[in-house]
Design a protein. Structure first.
Length: 325
């Protein structure tokens, strides 16, 4: 399934069509390819550097700027001191319900949630320094119970998450581990918790809690479209940090790095909803959550739905979900 991933990165760069709007929370992306990239291996030794699939295979070394660096070990699980405490009971339930490295999320999602911004941050991007508490909540409750990776893929503490993967790449990587991509509502619940927080850590934006609000150089779109230059351009732009490096970037459920670091692919549930009156096309099944390291929205509720399932860019990664046992 992932055998042609490296080749597709190179081939897609030269066959992109234009016409989609840019990311709503970041720099202008290269335009999207509207047809599936072809599979197939290439003998080009450059692919040893370009190959993001190296980090999508658990038994392969993490190579190149698209993959992470650091110790390839599973994140340690904290040992509760009191086996009878609520925290200990929840962790025990999670261990029984979820595969290793995943966190059990059980709660009620509300589709209509709003936050009153008390202080906006000046600039072209919609960012808020502080929201009023509590959240404005509406809509019927939707009970959810699922497992989610503690960290961004490859879900290893101390390893930088992968980037330059498409929605299809991410879907295949999750399925290879008997997991799946998270739905947008699952991802949101895991980020905001029962209190419906705007940020995973609270109501006030904190650029020291998560990897956000970093300035970055202008993107060289020509380099990102060149098989010979794409690796060096991604490396030049890269400002990822290793998963778990910022311990305060943690949601109420204990899921880490949900906002900032890299954008994360999810399943856009609106793709399956009835078409609105007058609409001729369904929304893409692919959507992005969380934002990346740049000065973008980086909120739990914000979603970007511009990009089709073959789109990839220098700041896009993912994490996986699974049904709870």
């Amino acid at each position: 399934m992932l055998a042609g991933l490296a080749t597709s990165v190179v081939l897609a760069a030269g066959t992109r069509g234009r016409g989609r709007p840019p990311l709503s929370h970041g720099p202008n992306p290269i335009a999207e390819n509207t047809t599936p990239p072809p599979d197939g291996a290439s003998p080009n030794p450059l692919l040893a550097v370009l190959d993001p699939s190296a980090s999508l295979r658990r038994n392969a070394p993490l190579l190149g700027p698209f993959a992470g660096t650091g110790p390839a070990s599973e994140p340690p699980r904290p040992e509760p001191n009191d086996p009878g405490s609520p925290t200990a009971r929840h962790e025990s339930q999670a261990e029984q319900a979820c595969p290793d490295g995943m966190i059990l999320v059980e709660g009620e999602y509300r589709p209509a949630v709003g936050h009153l911004c008390l202080k906006r941050i000046e600039g072209p991007i919609d960012r808020c320094a502080e929201y009023a508490s509590p959240a404005i909540v509406g809509g019927s409750e939707q009970k959810k119970r699922f497992c989610i990776d503690r960290f961004e893929y490859p879900n290893l503490e101390g390893v930088r998450p992968v980037v330059m993967v498409s929605w299809q790449d991410a879907k295949g990587a999750c399925e290879a581990e008997d997991k799946r991509l998270c739905t947008s509502s699952e991802w949101t619940l895991a980020c905001e918790g029962a209190e419906r927080l705007p940020y995973p850590y609270g109501y006030a934006r904190d650029s020291t809690a998560c990897n956000i609000d970093r300035s970055h150089p202008d993107v060289d779109e020509e380099a990102l479209s060149s098989p010979r230059a794409i690796a060096s351009e991604v490396a030049r732009l890269d400002q990822r940090v290793p998963s778990g490096a910022l311990p305060r970037c943690k949601s109420p459920y204990g899921v880490q790095d949900m906002t900032g670091n890299v954008d994360e692919w999810v399943v856009n549930e609106r793709h399956f909803a009835p078409l609105p009156a007058g609409a001729s096309e369904r929304p893409f099944i692919s959507a992005l959550k969380g934002g990346y390291w740049g000065p973008v929205r980086n909120r739990c509720r914000a979603t970007t739905t511009f990009h089709n399932e073959w789109f990839r860019y220098y700041q896009i990664g993912f994490r996986c979900c699974a049904n709870g046992r």
